[in-house]
Design a protein around this ligand. Structure first.
Ligand SMILES: C[S@@+](CC[C@H](N)C(=O)[O-])C[C@H]1O[C@@H](n2cnc3c(N)ncnc32)[C@H](O)[C@@H]1O
Length: 213
């Protein structure tokens, strides 16, 4: 038996439906469901960076009769979280879900998983430096298929970076579809549609490094 890591314990508030994390999760899942409803035909691809235990994508797909249309790749570094996500995907019968133990800050980790129709950057921008957030936003066109949607989150603790994130997204060719910033909590959830030209994944490189917690 191995000790639980910080990043496994980080998921514990999901067990409490009234926690801010659970509230954020429901918003993200609702947007995943709306995105699927808006793309009723054919095969779709999703990539999730720093996917953790996959609660958002796996949870949203578990109740969908069209889940098999979705070919998802979850990139997650922590072995215990990878195992938990794999178990959840198996339990939900999501055979087209690939869980990769990989560094999502390296563009090479996305090979074969992109261009994606939906990119999840959930729980990422609050854990990396501001300059890495800017670099990652600028790299999103390299992960996105034509017309892709990006769902992202970011804390609004002072100094609130979300105005800058929204501007960087605009500059990178994204149009805002939704932005949730409830008063009583610090999280925010953004949904942006890519309206620029997709770009190749190469050359490889580092876009972000997680800050020590
Ligand atoms: C804040 S949690 C978010 C998890 C998930 N996206 C969610 O919202 O439920 C961040 C996750 O990123 C993982 N992580 C940290 N550095 C990573 C890296 N370089 N590449 C991939 N995953 C990483 C951690 O293990 C953790 O599961």
């Amino acid at each position: 038996m191995t000790a639980q890591t910080h990043w496994q314990a980080w998921h514990e508030p999901y067990a409490d439906a009234s926690s801010p994390l659970s509230r954020r999760l429901r918003l993200v899942q609702q947007h995943i469901a709306s995105w699927l409803d808006g793309r009723p035909d054919g095969r779709l691809t999703v990539v999730s960076a720093c996917a953790g235990q996959g609660h958002d994508l796996i949870g949203a797909l578990a109740s969908r009769s069209d889940a098999q249309r979705v070919h998802g790749t979850l990139l997650e570094y922590d072995a215990g979280n990878v195992a938990a996500a794999q178990a959840a995907a198996d339990q939900a019968g999501l055979a087209k879900m690939v869980i990769r133990q990989a560094d999502a800050g390296q563009l090479s980790s996305y090979a074969g998983a992109v261009p994606a129709d939906l990119v999840l950057m959930v729980g990422v921008f609050g854990n990396i430096s501001d300059s890495d957030v800017e670099r990652t936003v600028a790299a999103l066109p390299r992960l996105c298929a034509e017309g892709a949607t990006v769902i992202w989150t970011r804390t609004r603790r002072d100094p609130d970076l979300t105005p800058a994130v929204r501007e960087w997204l605009r500059n990178a060719g994204f149009v805002e579809q939704a932005f949730h910033a409830p008063d009583e909590v610090r999280f925010s959830v953004g949904v942006h549609r890519f309206e620029g030209p997709p770009r190749p994944l190469d050359p490889p490189g580092t876009v972000f490094t997680f800050l020590a917690q």
